[in-house]
Structures are given as structure tokens and as C-alpha cells.
Design a protein around this ligand. Sequence first.
Ligand code: NAP
Length: 319
Amino acid sequence: MVVVQRRQAVIMGVFAVQTTLFGSTGTSVSRLGFGSMGLRGPRTWGVRCVDEVQSERVLQAVLDAGINLLDTAPDYGLAEERIGRYLRHRRSQFLLATKCGCDPLQHADHLEVRHTWTAAVIRGNLEASLRRLQTDCIDILQFHGGDADTLQQAGLIDLLQSFRQQGKIRWLGISSALPHLPALLQLQVFDTVQVPWSCLAPQHADCIADAAARGCGLIIRGGIAQGGPDAEIQRPQWNDIWQQAKLDELLPPDTTRAQFILRCTLSNPQHHSVIVGTASLEHLAENVAAAAAGPLPREILQQVTQRVAAVLAQPVPHP
Ligand SMILES: NC(=O)c1ccc[n+]([C@@H]2O[C@H](COP(=O)([O-])OP(=O)(O)OC[C@H]3O[C@@H](n4cnc5c(N)ncnc54)[C@H](OP(=O)(O)O)[C@@H]3O)[C@@H](O)[C@H]2O)c1
């Protein structure tokens, strides 16, 4: 155990996480970011419960590795509270992105998530997030979904702009997906956009290019395809694509499949920060090493794109 921990410390000490300009925010962001959904604790949806001790270890290690973007949400159970508890004294070292529009339904034994687009919910989210995160300013407040017409008609974009004028947030963000994203981008009000992309799920590539052309800071989620075939928790939808595209044939030596997926994502410089979730120090070290290894060769990336496109073009089998 001690040997493993020492090896992880060495890996994280040796590899510096690269940074890049975060769109027109003008600030610098680490190419590898951290998604805190896995730190949500026992009462939220999900498959695994990470305890306090491990949550603190992972959060400290994330900053020690040079990662400077943390994504969270009121929907992620204990995650905001844990970030506040364990990282408040290091607040100047990272950009904090949380979300709004989250209307938690707290049952006796679990939390469900509903999104409600009213000023009262958004105001309540911001105040609760500031309190839980133990900070006086959120760097990026992202609408957790929503569509352009609803957000505009309810006056919620103006509301976020008023938060910015009051110094409670720095930038307006959206965490979204198709079919809502194109109209949201046309509003031209978002400093950052959070979108899913991986080589196994490349459907948002055009939205990403559009957002980049508009100068948005790009936050990529799903960029390691939830660990792909290497994950402890298997996700058949990604693994089937991996198998059918025969991507094992393209793996460079000494590279895990998860690292390969992450390197594919990081090979696109428009993907400013890829927020990977992990509760494992070993995986964190692997991800830091993968990010430091740099882009994959162009021929490999082309092969991946072509093979996955061929798999996705096949008719979906019906039972
Ligand atoms: N609508 C939204 O706004 C929305 C939706 C989903 C997610 N998010 C954000 O995006 C973040 C990322 O979520 P995601 O769903 O995209 O998950 P993800 O980061 O693609 O995957 C997380 C999973 O990958 C595993 N993993 C990480 N590194 C690994 C490695 N090197 N080898 C093997 N397995 C590895 C983790 O397991 P271990 O813990 O065992 O490493 C975990 O089960 C979330 O935390 C959240 O902040 C936002």
C-alpha cells in the first residue's frame, strides 16, 4: 500500500498538468479537470459510496497534481460540502464550477434531481452553494440543462448577469447537450460550455467546434468514457463500441484503455479542460500521466474516428 502511494506521488510529482487559455475568460485552465459527481455520498443516486477519508485524499491530490478546475453541482449529494470542507484553505488554487436550476427532492433515504427554471430556485441554489462551498464567489455558474427560450423568458440569464455584477460569480456557463445546445450557443451569453465528448461518443463534435469559434471556454465531460473497458463499474454501451471498433489494435505500448480514451479527448486543443471523475488515487495518477503524454499521433486519431464512425453508422439492432 505504502509503495503504491509513493509511486502515485512520484507520478504526480513528475508530470505537470498542462494548462491552456480558457476561451475568452482570459484565464488559464488545466487541460485535466476534476468532476466531483463521484463524491456524492450515500444518499444520492449511484452505484458507489466514497467515504470522507477518501474524499479528502482525492481532493487534496487533485490540487497537488496541478488540476485547477473542479466541477460540482447541488445535485451531487455531499460533493459541494466536501469541496468546501477540505479545500476552503486552498480556494485560490482552483476555479470552481457549480450549477443551478437544481431542485432537490430529499426523500427519507435518497435525493432525486429535478430541474426547475425559476428565479427563486436559481437564487436558492447560489446561496446554498456559496455556503456549502465555503466561498464568497463561484467562478462559473452553469445552468444545469434548460433550453434557450425557457431560460430567456424566465429572465434567468439576466439574473446570472446580476449575480456577476454583485461579484457573486465570475462567468456564466451552460452544461448541456443536444438538442438544446445549438440554440443556447446562439444566445452568445455563455463564457463557458460543458459538453459530453469521447472517441466512443463523438456526437457533439460540431457543437464543440461552434462553441470554440464563439470563444467559449470548453469543459468536456465523459472524456474518459467513464473509464471505458478498464473501469471497475462496467458500462456496456461504451465497451461494445470499443470492441466492435477493435480499438485494442490501436493501443500504444504501456497505455491503458482508459488512458487511450482520455488522450484521444485531450488531443483536440478545443477541449480546454476535460473533467474526469475518479475516487481512486491510482486512476488519478494514471490520468495525470496520460494528460502529460500529449496528443496521440494523427494517424491513430484518424483510425479511431473512422472505426467508431463505422460502428455508429450500423443500424441499431432491435430485439
Ligand atoms: N449534465 C451534467 O452537467 C453532467 C452530467 C454528468 C457528469 N457531469 C460532470 O462530469 C464529471 C465527469 O462525469 P462523467 O459521467 O463524464 O464520468 P467520467 O469522468 O467519464 O467517468 C468517471 C468514472 O471513470 C472511472 N475512471 C476514471 N479514471 C479511470 C482510469 N484511469 N481507469 C479506469 N477507470 C477510471 C471512475 O472510476 P474510479 O473512481 O474507480 O476511478 C468513474 O467510475 C462529473 O463528475 C460531473 O462533474 C456533468
